[in-house]
Design a protein around this ligand. Sequence first.
Ligand SMILES: Cc1cc2nc3c(=O)[nH]c(=O)nc-3n(C[C@H](O)[C@H](O)[C@H](O)COP(=O)(O)OP(=O)(O)OC[C@H]3O[C@@H](n4cnc5c(N)ncnc54)[C@H](O)[C@@H]3O)c2cc1C
Length: 314
Amino acid sequence: MKPEIEKVKVLIIGSGPAGYTAAIYASRAGLSPVLYTGGQPGGQLTITNDVENYPGYPNSVTGPEMMEDFRKQAERFGTQVRYGLATSVDFTTKPHTVVIDEQVTIHADTVLISTGASAKWLGIESETRLNGKGVSACAVCDGFFFRGQEVAIVGAGDTACEEASYLSNICSKVYMLVRKDEMRASQIMQKRVMNNPKIQILWNTETDEILGDDEVNGVRIFNNKTGEKSEIAISGFFVAIGHEPNTGIFKDYIHMDEAGYIKTIPGSTKTNVEGVFACGDAQDNIYRQAVTAAGTGCMAALDAERYLAEFEND
Ligand SMILES: Cc1cc2nc3c(=O)[nH]c(=O)nc-3n(C[C@H](O)[C@H](O)[C@H](O)COP(=O)(O)OP(=O)(O)OC[C@H]3O[C@@H](n4cnc5c(N)ncnc54)[C@H](O)[C@@H]3O)c2cc1C
């Protein structure tokens, strides 16, 4: 059988806020974009309940509902939304080549990478069971739900320190669970948490189990030097041990930082490869919010449109 090959002007990889926003702009610009959803249609927000910080939803909205709205809006202007995973790419060709599910080959004048990033988790059963019921990997997103309450956060890097400080402005107390007797974070960030009276750092401390049936009500911890176990009452459990951008398939072509975040040319979504643009969490290790992802999705579509206009005039 002949391999299936299709030619498109704009190919969008990923269906989170960045991908769908790029699709809305590209379809309204008459570029007939094709968007592949990947394994998590709707992206990271589909695993969260209330989204209270996305403008335009004054009464809050669930993550799945909001992403359904994004999809409908993109489809309304003619975006073709398809289920499928980009499994390999070749960005040395023009048009660029992207293979979907190892079967379908797409030749695309422009490729918009919006594959997001995934939070790293501890990998214990109670963390999965109570995810969205008090367990979160995003203090900025979910801290507000625990205002005036006691919470714990796991991690020892700059992000963990930043999120602990953020939580201390909202919560009555923050336990910071640190696996070693030192932190990876920069001195300035360490100082900030150590001098914060609302943050208590528990050194050499690991999580045995997050406690609660329907929602988090505590955590059982253990000291990895003495083996001693103890329980603390908390209502929120935050995991801040890092994120992994979903950018592995692009690494032979696209410049990235050491963590795998795509490097874009400042003030744009352009990558080092002409016609390939990156938006959302795949290129943002700082803000990681739906609204910032959507903002860069808009930028990527506008950058692609301008690139195509030049390309067609060549
Ligand atoms: C539990 C939780 C709660 C959150 N709550 C909030 C909140 O309240 N407010 C807020 O602003 N932000 C929140 N965030 C952060 C927000 O979800 C992200 O910043 C945002 O979703 C990033 O959007 P994105 O489009 O860059 O990527 P993502 O949403 O991560 O979407 C990535 C998309 O790429 C697809 N994909 C990946 N690899 C491939 C591939 N090879 N081929 C095709 N597709 C692929 C995936 O299937 C997915 O559709 C939360 C995050 C989490 C995890």
